[in-house]
Design a protein around this ligand. Structure first.
Ligand SMILES: Nc1ncnc2c1ncn2[C@@H]1O[C@H](COP(=O)(O)OP(=O)(O)OP(=O)(O)O)[C@@H](O)[C@H]1O
Length: 206
């Protein structure tokens, strides 16, 4: 479904990705590994359209972001929420942008990540793991076609990791394209249909 064709990304003279070719299919889970600073987050930003390739193209069913307008749920880098709002208020505010889900759906997503009882608590009082759970809830709440997760199990306890694993498998069953960047191989490796390694500015099968 998502195709990278000869995708390169440079920051001035610093080449991070060099003619990457890869396809990400619907209903599959891709785990991307790689050493620090190899370009995994850069790759996720290209996939979701936050950044443009220096060369090559990223397409969705052969169309670019503008033409296809893929709906993508993401956790990229450290999730930040409004500290003066409760968990429920944060998600409601984000949901007010698209207006495609109702209050019940937001509450369901909070239940899915185990935050229902903390929904009326200010996120200032949330622990790191609770913030990560809230980030997972916001990524999935609007039922996007594609899910991109950068280090999703960071700060999660064992229950949190189990919850994330369950959500990922449920989303895969719905036919979503799921790309996970993670160093926590032991938490997620067995879920992956494909494991890719970012090395020497390219993606290779691990
Ligand atoms: N906006 C930017 N401007 C300049 N250089 C950047 C920019 N974004 C990323 N880089 C550089 O791209 C390289 C890859 O960064 P990236 O964050 O993708 O690494 P990563 O593989 O996700 O690392 P980690 O495992 O530590 O999270 C780094 O050298 C980084 O400095």
């Amino acid at each position: 479904m998502i195709k990278l064709e000869n995708v390169s990304k440079k920051f001035r003279y610093n080449e991070i990705l060099d003619h990457v070719n890869c396809e990400f299919d619907d209903g599959s889970i891709y785990l991307i590994r790689g050493k620090n600073g190899t370009g995994k987050t850069v790759l996720l930003k290209l996939l979701c359209g936050l950044s443009k390739p220096t060369e090559g193209k990223v397409t969705f069913y052969d169309q670019d972001h503008k033409a296809y307008k893929p709906y993508i749920g993401t956790i990229i880098e450290t999730p930040i929420f409004w500290k003066d709002m409760t968990g429920m208020e944060c998600l409601s505010f984000l949901a007010s942008i698209r207006k495609i889900i109702d209050k019940e759906t937001i509450l369901d997503s909070l239940k899915r990540v185990g935050l229902y009882d903390a929904k009326d608590m200010s996120t200032r009082k949330y622990s790191l793991g609770m913030r990560q759970r809230l980030a997972i809830a916001q990524a999935v709440m609007e039922n996007p076609d594609v899910l991109l997760f950068d280090e999703p199990t960071n700060s999660l306890d064992d229950d949190g990791v189990d919850i994330f694993r369950k959500i990922v498998l449920e989303e895969k069953e719905k036919g979503k394209t799921i790309v996970i960047v993670s160093h926590n191989i032991e938490d997620l490796q067995d879920l992956a249909d494909y494991t890719l390694l970012l090395k020497n500015r390219n993606l290779v099968e691990a």
